[in-house]
Design a protein around this ligand. Sequence first.
Ligand code: MRU
Length: 309
Amino acid sequence: MKTLEWEDNKLKLIDQRKLPDELTYVYCENYQDVIVAIKNMTVRGAPAIGVSAAFGMALADIEGVDLTKAAEEIKAARPTAVNLFWAVDRVLESEDALAEALKMYDEDMATNRAIGKFGAEIIDDGDTVLTHCNAGALACVDYGTALGVFRAARDAGKNINVICDETRPRGQGASLSVWEMQQENIPVKLIPDVASGYLMSQGKIDKVVIGADRIAKGGVVNKVGSFMVALAAKYHDIPFYVAAPYSTFDNEISIFDTVIEERDGDEVRYYGGARICPEGTDVINPAFDITPKELITGIITEKGIIDPI
Ligand code: MRU
């Protein structure tokens, strides 16, 4: 199963908004369709957004659209995951947009397997590992970064138990990570976001592995809630790892200068279609947060495990 595929000059995407109940697909026939799919989170997760954006550029090229203009529009789809900007610029600088996008597609699959191989070394037999949001196959072309580490550890013969934070407000942990682990027959339990500190205090979590949307000087940006998990892990002396490819690194800026996406307040006001607060309640809904490097044990990349930058 692939999160995205190039098929008959169209980009085929799993519609992640419909999971876990329905496995359906959306076809992007032009670059504007790709922008919509990134904006409305049909496709999400930093590497998947990056490769989709690359195919968006390929579609713009096929349509005969000026690629500099298409690049600006595609980059405006979401502000935080640096893979989007990295991918668009890489295609823009290439000789052949489609060939470059297809190359990035293949690279993503190889990269995730390399991350998995290095990451499996930090997992001990019998570990219970917490993850936040979805840094799985669905956040990439396939296999995943953090969940790729769990797949690789299992394939190396280690028993591993996964705990997924539900990841309010959009619930990527509950709807996507739990689903992926169940598909793989990896033992998985879902917890409310607020429960991880208690479970750590009870000795029920051995390690934390999450993904990243941007790694820059001073720390890591990932799904909102990651910072609080890292704080709790530090307090309990639990190793906290980030698994991410080099395409998620932004060496130019301080992590504290990253633009943190602010999403629609209705994501917080409503739960399962029902309003959970008085009508018209003001909401603050940052989609990501910043984990400072002091809280991070190591970053699992495709070239090995490194210190945060
Ligand atoms: O808002 P999303 O669902 O795109 O956010 C995704 C995350 O925060 C993931 O944890 C991150 O992109 C890592 S994906 C390998």
